[in-house]
Design a protein. Structure first.
Length: 271
């Protein structure tokens, strides 16, 4: 087996970010910027292929990276990660160890542990605890199942985040098997978010919209109450629980992403 790390970034001029991240194998970079182009750079044990594109959107860039990869296994990567020296061996070893795994979630340093320190099968709702930096997958199995990253979600769409939950939920619905392996592959700084601008009413409206789109209205409503109660310490300096809950339910009721998806389906039918 071989591995491609799929890196999404913006406004890069060369392979500085690849080297800074400690990536030593094969990398597919989607560099969203103001030009179209392609460059190749050698890494210690492979090649960094950098595609510069003028299109925008995090999930769009990830779909581009998957389509340009030819590897057996892919790992998602953001622009603020630092990889451990033996990340590639750890990832491929995990797939050798668990041949039935279609998706493997790895451990990320300097972040609170979400799961016990053992290999385990993951299903919803445990997949709600996963961040995109942890996600790897067998490329062929994802493509064969028809699973893609939803381009109505994620940074650059105006619809908030939760795109990784949508991806994992779609994987589970397609019958793909998701595992967690407690092997540390990288740390992440996440010093600046491209979509999070504080716990505002817009944040909670978007959260309502994304959770309804992924989970449906009933589960989204239950999760809204849970989040507002359990996560109050995160947002209490910015907004009251009442306003947060009302904004979340407003997002659930308006269902803007679901409506966008319906319009897209209709346009595809009429094309």
């Amino acid at each position: 087996m071989n591995l491609d790390v799929l890196m999404s970034c913006m406004h890069q001029r060369d392979d500085t970010l690849v080297r800074k991240s400690g990536l030593t194998g094969n990398v597919v970079v989607i560099n969203q910027c103001d030009r179209d182009g392609f460059e190749e750079y050698p890494t210690a044990h492979g090649t960094a292929r950098i595609y510069s594109v003028t299109q925008r959107g995090l999930t769009k860039s990830r779909n581009m990276a998957v389509s340009r990869s030819e590897a057996d296994v892919c790992l998602l990567c953001d622009d603020d990660e630092q990889f451990v020296p033996d990340y590639e061996g750890k990832i491929l070893s995990a797939y050798d160890q668990i041949p039935e795994a279609d998706v493997i979630i790895f451990k990320i340093g300097n972040r609170p542990a979400s799961f016990p320190d053992r290999i385990m099968r993951l299903r919803f709702p445990k997949t709600m605890k996963i961040s995109s930096w942890q996600i790897s997958f067998r490329r062929a199995r994802i493509l064969d199942a028809g699973v893609r990253f939803d381009e109505l979600m994620g940074a650059g769409t105006g619809n908030g985040a939760e795109e990784e939950l949508k991806f994992l939920t779609d994987c589970e619905k397609a019958g793909l098997r998701i595992y967690y392996v407690p092997a540390l592959i990288a740390s992440v700084a996440q010093t600046e978010s491209t979509w999070f601008h504080g716990y505002t009413e817009t944040f909670f409206e978007n959260r309502g919209a994304t959770t309804r789109y992924i989970l449906g209205p009933c589960l989204a409503a239950l999760y809204a109450v849970y989040f507002v109660i359990r996560k109050r310490s995160l947002y209490r300096d910015s907004i009251s629980p009442g306003k947060a809950l009302r904004a979340t339910f407003r997002g659930i009721w308006e269902n803007k992403i679901g409506k966008q998806a319906k319009r897209r389906r209709n346009e595809g039918t009429n094309a």
